[in-house]
Design a protein around this ligand. Structure first.
Ligand code: PMP
Length: 403
């Protein structure tokens, strides 16, 4: 081994932190543990049978072509289908706005790569998706958090933050927002809040990165318009993915962004992976054209709807009054707020002993806050386990309240 391996690693690699969630998940591997900790879609929702025939038909009809490299932007037909999907909901966009990525996680990485220099400020919600925070921090971003209320990031506190930064001569690179069924809170921003935030982005001349992996998984309420759609002034870059509506193992996501931004992103992607696997893109094209897509998505929505209802009902029955939680209209997560003086990390260790697990909310707070919060996933665990798990969790919290 060379003498100074540590000093040989790049600044970026030294910026990388091991994901706190992965460390937590390691402790939840025991199959006896009922885990609300992960963020996995239900495997029952994956369209295995439909894919079986799509893949064999495809190989028979198209042969080697599906195994070849393709354009960095993505296979044109898939990009066209994705553009069509947005146009169908009234979004003005065209092919030049659409790039296929290797999961939306690559989208986050590429956004970091093209915008963030060491020390640049990026604004995010308190709390916010850890994988987004880590992707930006890897390029040296200094994350500044803005508290959320029941409608998402507070516009008032965002403006206060933008003024504070401006007074220090700092212009943030972008505001990172997950407007629909946010990870980790499950909160959705109504249109009025989206518009307020877009107005602030215009006033302070800052980009918005809207990350929408859960958008299509809505059980209740009205779909909200994309911030990209509400803006129409090239201030918004939208990330999407098939992970929650088709198959996460496909690693297909996309970026819907202004042409000038996308031009830079394509060049950055070239040196990252040349192109997203052609094979899975071609399968996705056939899958979208087959009509199974909508049918299977509806099944997924119905399954998660029912799982969320079971979880909420059980929490209502068993949680002590001092515990509050969100009521997501879709997505995969809900968020619990414990009394201020209760430490979710201490509860976590007790919970593991009682064979139930969650993710402590503090990992999603870039300011080190959130010690009395926790994230629960409701998409993965079946109803029977969810009922037993929530009862165990409620007992543990109840015992803590009594101390
Ligand atoms: N953004 C958010 C908010 C997420 O929750 C996730 C994954 N859970 C991702 C991006 C990454 O998803 P993928 O790379 O599978 O598209």
């Amino acid at each position: 081994m060379i003498s100074d391996l540590k000093g040989t690693f790049s600044q970026i690699s030294n910026n990388n932190k091991r994901s706190a969630i992965r460390e937590i998940l390691k402790l939840t591997q025991n199959p006896e543990i009922i885990s609300f900790a992960g963020g996995l879609p239900a495997p029952e929702s994956f369209p295995v049978d439909a894919l079986d025939s799509i893949v064999s038909d495809m190989l028979r009809e198209e042969g080697a072509a599906v195994l070849q490299y393709d354009a960095t932007e993505g296979v044109t037909e898939l990009r066209e289908l994705l553009v069509q999907k947005y146009q169908n909901e009234g979004v003005q966009c065209s092919l030049e706005n659409m790039i296929v990525t290797t999961g939306s996680q690559q989208g986050l990485d590429l956004v970091g790569k093209v915008f963030v220099n060491q020390g640049d400020v990026v604004i995010c919600g308190l709390p916010s998706y850890l994988g987004g925070i880590s992707a930006f921090q890897a390029y040296g971003a200094k994350m500044e958090g803005v508290p959320m209320d029941e409608y998402g990031m507070s516009a008032e506190l965002l403006e206060a933050k933008l003024v504070e930064l401006r007074d220090q001569g700092i212009k943030p690179k972008f505001i990172y927002i997950i407007p629909d069924f946010q990870n980790p809170t499950g909160i959705t921003m109504p249109e009025s809040r989206r518009l307020e935030i877009i107005a602030l982005a215009h006033k302070y001349d800052v980009l918005i990165v809207e990350d929408c992996p859960y958008r299509e998984v809505r059980f209740d309420g009205e779909p909200q318009r994309l911030m990209y759609d509400l803006d129409q002034d090239d201030h918004v870059i939208t990330l999407g993915t098939f992970s929650k509506i088709f198959a996460p193992g496909f690693r297909i996501g996309w970026i819907l962004g202004p042409k000038d931004v996308n031009d830079k992103i394509v060049v950055a992607k070239q040196s990252s992976d040349l192109c997203t696997p052609t094979f899975v893109q071609k399968i996705a094209i056939r899958y979208m054209q087959s009509g199974v897509f909508e049918e299977n998505l509806q099944k997924t929505i119905d399954l998660y709807h029912q799982r969320r209802d079971v979880m909420l009902a059980e929490m209502e029955k068993h949680m002590p009054d001092c515990v509050k939680w969100t009521h997501p209209e879709g997505g995969m997560f809900l968020f619990i707020t414990l009394p201020e003086d209760m430490d979710a990390m201490e509860l976590f260790h007790k919970a593991i002993e009682k064979k139930v697990a969650f993710v402590t909310g503090n990992v999603f707070y870039c300011d080190g806050g959130g010690s009395n919060t926790m994230r629960l996933n409701f998409s993965y665990v079946n109803n029977e386990k969810a009922i037993a798990g929530i009862q165990r969790l409620a007992e543990i919290i109840e015992a803590e309240v009594a101390v």
